[in-house]
Design a protein. Structure first.
Lengths: 394, 266
């Protein structure tokens, strides 16, 4: 068992760190405030090849795996970008790139992957619905065959990046729920170009991460050619797991990265700040212990996340990947939230001021207990699928 | 165009100041734990200057680094940016040197490399800030040098260099071969790309020991020092703030003037 990064992985981490330092907290404070996309950052990581890390070389990427992708994501987040260092990569490289690499037909790969790898073709995924959040199997958006075309009807919500993306993966029901022999059957994946006159996109005002807009999306009779389907038809649930697992790993990398960023800032401040006498507040165990505890447990979450990535990259079965993914997510969510909470406590009232950035990271870290799935759903997964306990919900 | 760039591995100058520590008994800086070293930032800009020439007219870039136990993922960075070859002067005998012994070893290695048109160095290393190695190499090789460049072009056997001065820049033409030290005004060095990183990871550096380049052992590393370090210490900086209390602005001004007079500042 080797816990060391390879020379190449260390260089990837170092390059990510350098880019993150050039697009640090002040840059993202302004982007968040204005609700603007970080174009300059996106161009920098695109030019450096980060959007194509996990895309095969024959399609313009670097042919590496999620291990390298997570390494880059964590360093981008931890060295100044916070959630932004991970978010854009999830939308385009994970939702677009990894989905198509694993399940796209050759023509899909040729059409989309080179643009994705360069960062020129932003992507998004239309999965979540008003009544199908944690329960994807309740998806109501339909794709019905009419002649040689698929007609898509339905509504999606919280579709991040849909207002800018040029490509979208849609999860839709191709066989009604009541007609399938197994509830995990009947969903299929489709690819479409955006913008499209029959796809309505409306941003939803939200709590944070406003440098990317999350949108309501309506498909109003969107007609797609037959080959827009990513085969196999009706088995889309199994295919989309290969998108959802890396998405969760990416969120864990974000949690660890944001927590590292907040802890480092808090530790530096705590060594200088004196309130009572000549002793810096960093010497107070009331601040030290919770930060130390969060840091230690986040290191455990990080290692477990790399285990999940290794399993995924080496073709392990979905159950093994899912177990590692959900366990690392649980550890990361609980402790990254604690880490940012205590970083804010270190700053006292200043922690509430925007110019210190902690309050923005606090808003960012609070998404991770809700998305890509709620913390409680990850616990449910472990209870049911890892411990073999009875399912609590139907 | 054959170019050589000298790059030094240094402690990260961006490491938190609180992590900076000195071992006073040995007059050495203690590397901060958990903060990996980096290529000196001015040296990265020297690589960038060479890459810009290579972008325009082609050529080969050889990177030369000196030290001991150099970290491969650090010293290979110029390769990941687009340099072609890495030569490491790596041996414990090179440790503990100063500007002279470093310039001597590098100049001797450059003679062994043989053909070159341009040598680039950073204007100074981010650890000691001496800024003498570049000019020292040029002196030892008997070639002209231009320091503190912000732009370098190579045309018709000459280099045209914009050299930074206090209130602007000079334009200097120098015949090749020549040595140029590069300043931060050149602009940001490019990022390592994934493709560059993958190529760099596959390349193996060429390692030269002192005997490979034929240096005089008494002139390299600690024995070769021509400068003596008497004391290495961290200066203590203290700032105090005193609020001048008064009922009116005029009275505050009077009180401030009195304080300054008492302190013999005015």
């Amino acid at each position: 068992m080797d816990f060391n990064l390879t020379e190449e992985q260390k260089m990837i981490a170092s390059s990510a760190k350098e880019i993150a330092e050039a697009f640090g907290p002040e840059y993202w404070r302004q982007k968040e405030e204005k609700g603007e996309f970080g174009d300059e950052f996106w161009k920098a990581i695109g030019d450096a090849g980060f959007v194509g890390i996990a895309i095969p070389e024959e399609y313009g990427g670097s042919g590496r795996g999620t291990t390298e992708l997570l390494t880059a994501m964590e360093e981008l987040a931890a060295n100044g970008c916070g959630m932004a260092g991970v978010w854009y990569l999830i939308l385009t490289e994970v939702f677009g790139g990894l989905s198509i690499v694993r399940h796209g037909a050759e023509e899909h790969k040729r059409k989309y992957l080179p643009g994705i790898a360069k960062g020129e073709l932003e992507f998004c995924m239309a999965l979540t619905e008003p009544d199908a959040g944690s329960n994807t199997l309740n998806t109501k958006t339909t794709a019905k065959k009419q002649g040689n075309e698929w007609v898509i009807e339905g509504n999606k919500t919280f579709i991040s990046g849909a207002d800018r993306a040029k490509g979208m993966m849609i999860v839709a029901r191709t066989t009604p729920k009541e007609k399938v022999t197994k509830k995990t059957l009947g969903l299929s994946l489709f690819l479409t170009d955006l913008p499209h006159e029959l796809v309505e996109v409306k941003p939803i005002p939200k709590h944070g991460i406003n440098y990317s807009h999350s949108c309501q999306v309506s498909f109003n009779g969107l007609r797609l050619p037959e080959n827009a389907l990513m085969p196999p038809q009706d088995l889309g649930w199994y295919s989309v797991l290969d998108t959802l697992n890396p998405e969760r790993m990416s969120f864990t990398a974000a949690a660890v990265g944001i927590a590292r960023l907040a802890i480092n800032k808090a530790v530096d401040y705590s060594k200088q700040r004196k309130v009572f006498g000549d002793v810096p507040i960093g010497s107070y165990q009331g601040l030290q212990f919770p930060l130390a505890e969060a840091y230690a447990t986040l290191e455990a979450a990080r290692l477990l996340n790399f285990k999940a990535a290794s399993l995924f990259d080496n073709g392990a079965d979905a159950a093994s990947v899912g177990a590692a993914v959900n366990m690392s997510s649980v550890a990361a969510v609980e402790n990254a939230t604690k880490a940012v909470y205590w970083a804010m406590q270190v700053f006292g009232g200043y922690g509430y001021a925007k110019e210190y950035d902690i309050e923005r990271w606090w808003r960012e870290i609070n998404l991770i207990r809700l998305a890509p799935l709620t913390h409680q759903m990850a616990l449910n997964y472990i209870g049911e699928h890892v411990l073999g306990m009875p399912r609590a919900y139907y | 165009m054959n170019m050589i760039v000298c790059c030094k591995q240094v402690l990260d100058p961006e490491a938190p100041p609180a992590s900076f520590k000195i071992d006073p008994a040995n007059n050495k800086v203690v590397p901060p734990p958990g903060v990996p070293p980096v290529i000196s930032p001015f040296d990265e800009q020297a690589v960038e200057a060479a890459l810009r020439i290579k972008d325009n007219q082609g050529g080969k870039i050889t990177v030369l680094s000196l030290g001991n136990n150099l970290l491969r993922d650090v010293v290979k960075k110029p390769l990941s940016m687009g340099a072609d070859e890495l030569i490491l002067l790596e041996d414990e005998a090179f440790e503990g040197g100063d500007s002279w012994s470093t310039a001597y070893a590098l100049a001797t290695a450059i003679k062994k490399i043989g053909e070159f048109d341009l040598i680039f160095c950073g204007r100074q290393a981010a650890d000691w800030d001496a800024g003498q190695v570049g000019s020292g190499i040029a002196e030892l090789l008997g070639i002209p040098s231009v320091t503190v460049a912000k732009k370098v072009e190579a045309v018709d056997g000459k280099a045209r260099v914009e050299r930074v001065i206090a209130d602007g820049y000079q334009v200097i033409e120098v015949t090749l071969p020549a040595l140029i030290t590069v300043s931060n005004e050149l602009g940001e060095a490019r990022y390592a790309t994934l493709k560059g990183i993958m190529a760099a990871a596959k390349k193996q550096p060429i390692i030269w020991k002192p005997s490979d380049i034929g240096v005089d052992p008494s002139q390299i590393g600690a024995p070769g020092r021509r400068s003596k370090l008497f004391k290495l210490f961290q200066p203590v900086r203290e700032g105090k703030c005193e609020i001048i209390e008064a009922e009116t602005p005029a009275e505050a001004g009077t009180n401030l003037a009195t304080k300054l007079r008492e302190a013999k500042i005015i």
